[in-house]
Design a protein around this ligand. Structure first.
Ligand code: AKG
Ligand code: FE2
Length: 307
């Protein structure tokens, strides 16, 4: 097991001390647990519950809300392959993508900016509301943590604010089947990958499976109850000029049980230019556009992205 530090955001914490702990986490493994985040257990319970209801729908009902041209909606079992070079088949999971609703003026301006693709509301009447509320709460939490991340990088507290006024925040429901992974045969619940965006906040149903690659070994991650598992993505690694780490992780099923998890991917607005921040040393990365980077990653790993 890997030792991952816990950050507690409760009121009254010492900001400076918190950003220093955050800096340690981000520069070593790029992973931390987050408590005191204000998303109560009831809200987490509700979204996990509607996720179960969604995946229990018939294949036909799920296919009816398959990912649309904006890459929002249902991705069927095996559709995603996170590590094509080392997998003999797709991830043993199915998913549902829901992104921030673009403003009227942004709508259609860019491949990922379009409406979400909801299941028929008669099937799960609360589904949309619960996902949208969760999404909004997570964007707010993300903006708050961004201020500590900025401080941890010795930047002005508001340095990320502009890029996250209208962020691309994706809630993704995931259901891993009970199929056991067989790494030697290239069968994984989720192949090895780093996350693409700024930061990921992961909620799970408590089943084990997530592993992180540290010190040349795969190590299990076990989160304390009620904590988000947070990890730095590629864009924040680039912003920090490699100082913060976007660490490779995967999901391996050793139990034979199904597993539900809900990553929230917080990514800067689609037209944000991500390049090493001033003061982070001689730039090691070319500037990239947030949306272009996401699209190239989705194209490499999702069979249905261009269909
Ligand atoms: O389900 C998990 O534990 C991790 C999922 C993940 O790493 C991802 O979707 O990027
Ligand atoms: Fe991930």
């Amino acid at each position: 097991m890997v030792t991952i530090p816990l950050i507690d955001l409760s009121e009254g914490v010492d900001k400076k001390a918190l950003s220093e702990t955050l800096r340690d986490c981000c520069t070593t493994h790029g992973f931390f647990f987050l408590t005191g985040h204000g998303v109560d257990g009831a809200a987490s319970g509700r979204i996990l519950e509607v996720s179960r209801q969604f995946f229990a729908l018939s294949d036909q009902d799920k296919e009816l809300c398959s990912v649309n041209e904006y890459h929002r909606g249902y991705t069927r079992f095996g559709e995603e392959r996170l590590d094509p070079a080392n997998q003999s088949c797709g991830d043993t999971k199915e998913g549902f993508y829901c992104g921030s609703e673009p403003s009227q003026e942004d709508r259609g301006r860019f491949r990922l900016l379009g409406p979400n693709n909801w299941p028929d509301e008669r099937l799960i009447p609360d589904f949309r509301r619960i996902l949208e509320e969760y999404q909004e709460g997570m964007c707010d939490l993300g903006r708050k943590v961004n201020r500590y991340l900025a401080m941890a990088l010795n930047q002005k507290e508001d340095c990320f604010d502009k890029a996250f006024e209208k962020p691309m925040g994706y809630v993704r429901l995931l259901r891993y089947s009970g199929q056991k992974s067989e790494p030697e045969r290239g069968i994984f619940a989720a192949g090895a990958h780093s996350d693409y965006g700024h930061i990921t906040y992961l909620l799970t149903d408590g089943e084990p499976g997530l592993q992180v690659f540290v010190d040349k070994e795969w190590k299990d991650v076990e989160a304390p109850p009620g904590a988000f598992i947070c990890n730095i993505g590629d864009m924040l690694e680039r912003w920090s000029n490699g100082y913060f780490r976007s660490t490779v992780h995967r999901v391996v099923n050793t139990t034979g049980r199904e597993r539900y998890s809900i990553p929230f991917f917080l990514d800067p607005r689609f037209d944000a230019l991500v390049s090493p921040l001033p003061g982070c040393g001689e730039p090691k990365y070319e500037p990239i556009l947030s949306g272009d980077y996401l699209i190239s990653k989705y194209r490499d790993t999702h069979e249905n992205f261009d269909k």
